[in-house]
Design a protein around this ligand. Structure first.
Ligand code: NAG
Ligand code: NAG
Ligand code: NAG
Ligand code: NAG
Ligand code: NAG
Ligand code: NAG
Ligand code: NAG
Ligand code: NAG
Ligand code: NAG
Ligand code: ZN
Length: 314
């Protein structure tokens, strides 16, 4: 399990990869996401790449998308440490944290969570967008299918080997600061990890449930996609929750004003750490609800194809 934690975490935030040993990044045109399909071509140029823009009106109703069961999400001491990876902030979880249900095929072990952001609340930086709207931040909880027993090779070769839970973060209205308390506690560690590879243990009592407060976890979008960082393996069952987590603006701003992308404080601040929207051809996004009738499904998801077909026939 420890090995899987390390390797899966590395898949999300590696420092080097690929035959050429090149570096990927968010900031530099020589290694930013426009280059990933070339410098990490094995998967980043695939056909079910994440993130995507979710078109809410096109999401197909699926009655099997039931509630999840979250194990140890209420436990106060599941967060081991918090690290500046140079690409994100990552929190490693203890073993035994799990998610089941939600139409996942089996139990998945929750390994780590990390975040994506833009530049404070004024420049949003979520990875997924909904109807073109980008949120200030996005939290990703990374889970691996338990039956792979820590074998990364088989997990990333399995098209549903990983399950990612995506939560949007938006600014609380009004003049609130330092809220919610759990986010105040979590972000208090950022000052201890300002430089790349800095890592500190988390000693405060803080639970995943507290971080996710205010989100109705029975309402979500589901699609089959990929890791959003090289090597972009197409092994991820995505769950994107509809409700955002509300965090006060001062805490959101800390991410883009505290963390550096390299080992010294003269290096750039970590801003705009998200991948661009990927083309999503003919893949289906589902959500809670009854399946539409054949006719309306045709209209909403295959409208253009149906139109083309009719034109060809006349
Ligand atoms: C992606 O790149 C690989 C390796 O260069 C190539 O074999 C594959 O055909 C490419 N796939 C697509 C969809 O372009
Ligand atoms: C982020 O915002 C700050 C404050 O508005 C600005 O000084 C800085 O240049 C911005 N950074 C980027 C990368 O746009
Ligand atoms: C992972 O599974 C593959 C295929 O079953 C096997 O060849 C490999 O040795 C396993 N790796 C580990 C680390 O157990
Ligand atoms: C926010 O705080 C400022 C100064 O503290 C005050 O002038 C302003 O009215 C407050 N705005 C709201 C919406 O509470
Ligand atoms: C984090 O930094 C604060 C202030 O510098 C310090 O008091 C605290 O001990 C540090 N915590 C850890 C876990 O390093
Ligand atoms: C962090 O926690 C680990 C595991 O409990 C422990 O071995 C290590 O000594 C701790 N590090 C610090 C700096 O307290
Ligand atoms: C978890 O910590 C909070 C304070 O952060 C406390 O109120 C709560 O009782 C703790 N829960 C458990 C189960 O210990
Ligand atoms: C995702 O893939 C699984 C396994 O192939 C399939 O059962 C499921 O219907 C797919 N989900 C969507 C939303 O396409
Ligand atoms: C700090 O890092 C930059 C690159 O990010 C490098 O050019 C510079 O030499 C480093 N400075 C020190 C004192 O290490
Ligand atoms: Zn992510």
């Amino acid at each position: 399990m420890n090995q899987l934690v390390v390797i899966v975490a590395t898949l999300f935030v590696p420092t080097t990869y690929g035959a050429a040993g090149g570096l990927w990044c968010y900031h530099d045109p020589s290694c930013d996401d426009t280059t990933w399909s070339t410098i990490a071509s094995e998967h980043c140029n695939g056909s079910r790449q994440s993130p995507i823009n979710i078109v809410s009106a096109s999401a197909v109703g699926d009655e099997t998308l039931t509630a999840f069961t979250f194990t140890k999400y209420g436990d106060n001491y599941t967060m081991k440490n918090i690290k500046n990876t140079g690409k994100t902030v990552k929190v490693e979880l203890t073993s035994g944290v799990q998610v089941t249900g939600g139409a996942l095929s089996e139990a998945y072990d929750s390994l780590q969570f990390h975040l994506h952001w833009g530049n404070g609340t004024s420049v949003p930086g979520s990875e997924h967008t909904v109807d073109g709207t980008r949120y200030p931040m996005e939290l990703h909880i990374v889970n691996a299918k338990s039956s792979h027993n820590g074998n990364t090779t088989t997990a990333v070769a399995d098209s549903t080997g990983l399950a990612a839970l995506g939560f949007f973060i938006e600014a609380m209205p009004g003049n609130v600061t330092g809220s919610p308390a759990a986010w105040n506690t979590l972000t208090s560690y950022l000052a201890n990890i300002t430089l790349k590879d800095d890592i500190v243990n988390i000693t405060h009592a803080i639970s995943l449930d507290e971080l996710l407060e205010g989100v109705d976890r029975t309402k979500y979008y589901r699609y089959n996609g990929s890791l959003t960082t090289p090597n972009c393996n197409e092994a991820v069952v995505w769950t994107v929750f509809k409700d955002p987590i509300k965090v006060s603006q001062d805490l959101i701003d800390l991410f883009s004003t505290t963390l550096h992308i390299d080992h010294n404080s003269t290096s750039a601040l970590m801003t705009n750490v998200f991948r661009s929207i990927q083309p999503f051809n003919d893949w289906v996004v589902t959500t809670q609800g009854r399946p539409a009738s054949g006719a309306s499904t045709m209209c909403s998801s295959l409208g253009l194809m149906a139109l083309a077909w009719m034109l060809l026939r006349v």
